[in-house]
Design a protein around this ligand. Sequence first.
Ligand code: PMT
Length: 403
Amino acid sequence: MEKPNVVLGVTGGIACYKALELVRLLVQDSCNVRVVMTREATEFVAPLSFQTLSGAPVGTDLFSLTQESEIGHINLADSADVLVIAPATANVIAKLAAGIADDLLTTVVLATQAPLLVVPSMNVHMLAHPMVQANIAKLRSAGYHVMEAAAGYLACGYEGKGRLPEPPAIAEEIRRLLRPKDLSGEKIVVTAGPSREPLDPVRYLSNRSSGKMGYALARAAARRGARVTLVSGPTALAAPEGVTTVSVVTAEEMRAAVLAEFDSATAVLMAAAVADYRPRSTAGRKMKRGDGNRRVELVPNPDIVAELTARKRRQVVVVGFAAETESLVENARQKLHRKNLDLVVANDVTQEGSGFDVDTNAVTLLDRDGTVTPLPVMSKDAVADRICDWLLQHREHSHRRGA
Ligand code: PMT
């Protein structure tokens, strides 16, 4: 896609200042950003700040002869690839729900055919008010995308739900709306993070997986139109927007959650670092320190991915990862065949900027046709898109072969 055009509506709430950061992120993401502010928003932040960051004139007035000739509300509406309102106050949400167009922003909303993302931000009690909730429900039923407000400390002094989600989360949602929906029709199950195998109520065996790779996959697939269920071990990451997230702790729980989704899935992407072994028994109370050594007997966990491929239907694609510290391609190839995978993502976890708990990864893709595709170090988001690209190509090849 060429540089996408984002029209950002800013309405009069204290979170207006966060919209400045959103503009910066979008510009950094190579978007053309046109900002439209309500009169109330200009009381919080000067239009000049948005103009400087976006590098484009800011629309504030439907009846300004200069603005209308330079920008034009229909021009704004037609040029938008996505229209975002962040922050969206209770007032603008009510106007949108009623179809009112009494200023530049609400007029552009009615005139555009672009997808609309509304990001509410307000006091906790205002957000919970039945009128506001009814209006939000109305927007959703009209096909508008409404992000959930975040919870936490609010500028009005209350704690609770009503905060504007952080700008990177809003930018992510915008990217998702802008993406070509080339994976629509797919129902993808992604696993992420570690499993934890308890020794006693306070101790467990686990590994260094942060979940970043799996979460990147879930986001990429959802952005590209797939319905995504993310089965996640314990991580510190926020649940991705537009994805159904199922939280699990142990390998057994992960197995049950994946199997519950498997029959309706078209693809499974297993990025989780599942413990191969668990303690034979879990102590009911915290184990006391004693003299001398202590032995822990380990028993094998189920191999989830191997179980999936043993029962899979032909058109279901199963992708495994192989975290390797030596003989990367050789070991990964063995896993491809032993676990009967369609693709294995060989992950060199010894290389700098690759593997566990970093934002980048270096992987080699090996598929059943014998194609080996080494990729340079890139962000986990970019790796995730490469894996989605592979899935798309695999579908096209299978289609051509009549499979
Ligand atoms: O989470 P991050 O910090 O972003 O790190 C990313 C990652 C390094 C965890 C990820 O890129 C990765 O390599 N994940 C797979 C790690 C792993 O467990 O590799 P493995 O070679 O042990 O397992 C091979 C495959 O079998 C994997 O798809 C794994 O999910 C699956 N498996 C493993 C054991 C088991 N009992 N059941 C399984 O299904």
